[in-house]
Design a protein around this ligand. Structure first.
Ligand code: ZN
Length: 348
């Protein structure tokens, strides 16, 4: 088995993917036609050209215009099905998938169509692809907290247990700078009181202070991105000591130009600091790669060893919200795979 195949078949969890960010240009075109939605592009190539953004805001502009083609329950099912089939090819066995209900509600889409469509896809993939799937609902942090709270309250009836394919967690995403975690302290309190697990995007474009707030004010159980945490040694120490996983998305950081080089993405630094860092795809249709592409990028770009790559897969399983018995099963598979494929022979 070659190295890429090994990275592909390693059982892994994807913990940071936005389902709307898996919307490929081909699906935008076909759904626009099917639903009679006018889009400012005439071809798949035209959409691909528009994907040449250079910062978070220009990405968000295209991102929100693309999702206008998603209208009914079948659209959300088709979107998520395409992602699960793709992720399955990359060895994803557990997916905790973000979605942005407010981005759809403000276009007049029904919340029930969004969530039931996503659940339809999860149920199919769990049955047919041996994947375990749940959803984490995101609040758009550039909107007022009250807006988030009203959507949250409506969404609570779709809360599920781990592995049921419903909503298990709450997150914050979209424009970070100027919208600190503390803005959402009440929303998170309601979410947690109702059994949702708190996580948060923090330190993606905003400073380390936002990561402190995500941990101290929102009690975030995982940090998404977290790059700016590495500017604060005491914060890094806390994250390592508390064992708070940090979900990084290497290809995103290059496309959005947070970093000039894959060498600067702090994956190796996090591993060296004993942080439970994981590798994820974020918005793979927009950022040039699914999860395997991200694994390959850090392997090749940071001079990591295969044992580090196994550690990243292990971290993803441990950092997931799976039950311990399910984690143990996947970890045993990972151990078996590494013993069958002696890492030395793969290197040779
Ligand atoms: Zn994200």
């Amino acid at each position: 088995m070659g190295i890429v195949d090994f990275l592909r078949v390693m059982p892994k969890a994807e913990l940071h993917v936005h389902i709307e960010g898996t919307l490929e240009p081909e699906m935008i075109m076909s759904k626009a036609e099917e639903n009679g939605v006018k889009i400012p592009y005439r071809s798949v190539g035209g959409i691909r050209n528009a994907y040449r953004f250079n910062d978070l805001q220009s990405f968000l502009n295209i991102y929100y215009s693309g999702m206008s083609v998603l209208v009914d329950r079948d659209d959300f099912r088709d979107l998520a099905l395409a992602y699960f089939k793709r992720a399955h090819q990359d060895g994803v066995r557990r997916a905790e998938v973000f979605f942005d209900p407010q981005a759809h509600l403000r276009r007049g889409v029904n919340l029930s169509d969004v969530i039931l469509g996503l659940h339809d896809a999860a149920a199919w993939a769990m049955e047919n692809l041996r994947m375990s799937i749940d959803y984490i609902m995101c609040l758009l942090r550039d909107l007022p907290e009250d807006d988030g709270i009203s959507v949250l309250q409506e969404a609570l009836k779709y809360r599920g247990g781990v592995g049921d394919g419903w909503i298990i967690g709450i997150c914050l995403d979209s424009k970070e700078y100027g919208n600190p975690p503390s803005k959402f302290r009440n929303a998170y309190r309601i979410a947690v009181d109702n059994g949702l697990i708190p996580v948060a995007h923090a330190g993606e474009e905003a400073p380390a202070e936002y990561v402190w707030e995500a941990i101290n004010v929102l009690n975030a159980r995982r940090i998404d991105h977290g790059y700016h945490a590495f500017e604060d040694e005491s914060l890094i120490k806390l994250i390592a000591e508390k064992g708070i996983p940090v979900n990084m998305c290497p290809l995103t950081t290059l496309r959005i130009k947070y970093f000039n080089s894959i060498l600067d993405v702090p994956v190796k630094r996090a591993l060296d600091a004993g942080i439970a860092v994981t590798i994820n795809s974020d918005d793979p249709a927009y950022f040039g790669g699914y999860i395997l592409d991200n694994y390959i990028a850090v392997y090749e770009g940071q001079g990591l060893r295969l044992i580090d790559m196994v550690k990243l897969a292990e971290n993803s399983i441990r950092a997931s919200f799976l039950k311990d018995s399910d984690k143990d099963r996947l970890l045993r598979e990972l151990v078996n795979l590494t013993s069958i494929n002696s890492l030395d022979s793969l290197m040779g």
